[in-house]
Design a protein around this ligand. Structure first.
Ligand code: ZN
Ligand code: MN
Length: 136
């Protein structure tokens, strides 16, 4: 669990940071910093956007969250740091997880000496809700 991994050294657990961690823990909606700020501010009137942003930066450095760049307009954050892929709706920018191991690799003659340790595939399309809206 996210909170346990960061209660220890190097990360001062202030009440504000704890509220951010609690909001992120188990969250699969891939929120942007603005989404996190909006939600956590409901509980913490004194929360500042800078606190949210700085906490995300620290978590990112400690490997507690992944920063997703699938949406060119805003960075999104994912507390699930296990390898998985993402699918984004080009219309509403909803991001969902794809938990399939595609077993793809770079052919040996294309690896340019790299030891390849992972991959992240970004799929895009239109979600069911947006397809429905388009038809009505
Ligand atoms: Zn959509
Ligand atoms: Mn994810």
């Amino acid at each position: 669990m996210l909170i346990d991994r960061h209660g220890g050294t190097g990360f001062k657990l202030t009440p504000q940071r704890l509220a951010i961690l609690e909001y992120l823990d188990g969250n699969t909606s891939h929120p942007a910093a603005e989404d996190i700020y909006r939600e956590v501010k409901k509980r913490f009137r004194t929360m500042s956007f800078a606190t949210v942003y700085n906490t995300l930066e620290v978590l990112k450095r400690h490997g507690g969250v992944l920063e997703l760049t699938i949406d060119p307009e805003r960075k999104h954050y994912d507390p699930n740091t296990a390898p998985h892929h993402h699918l984004i709706c080009l219309k509403c920018k909803k991001i969902v997880d794809v938990h399939t191991d595609f077993k793809i690799n770079i052919p040996a003659d294309q690896r340019q000496g790299f030891k390849v340790t992972g991959n992240h595939i970004e799929f895009y399309g239109i979600c069911p809700e947006c397809i429905k809206e388009r038809r009505s």
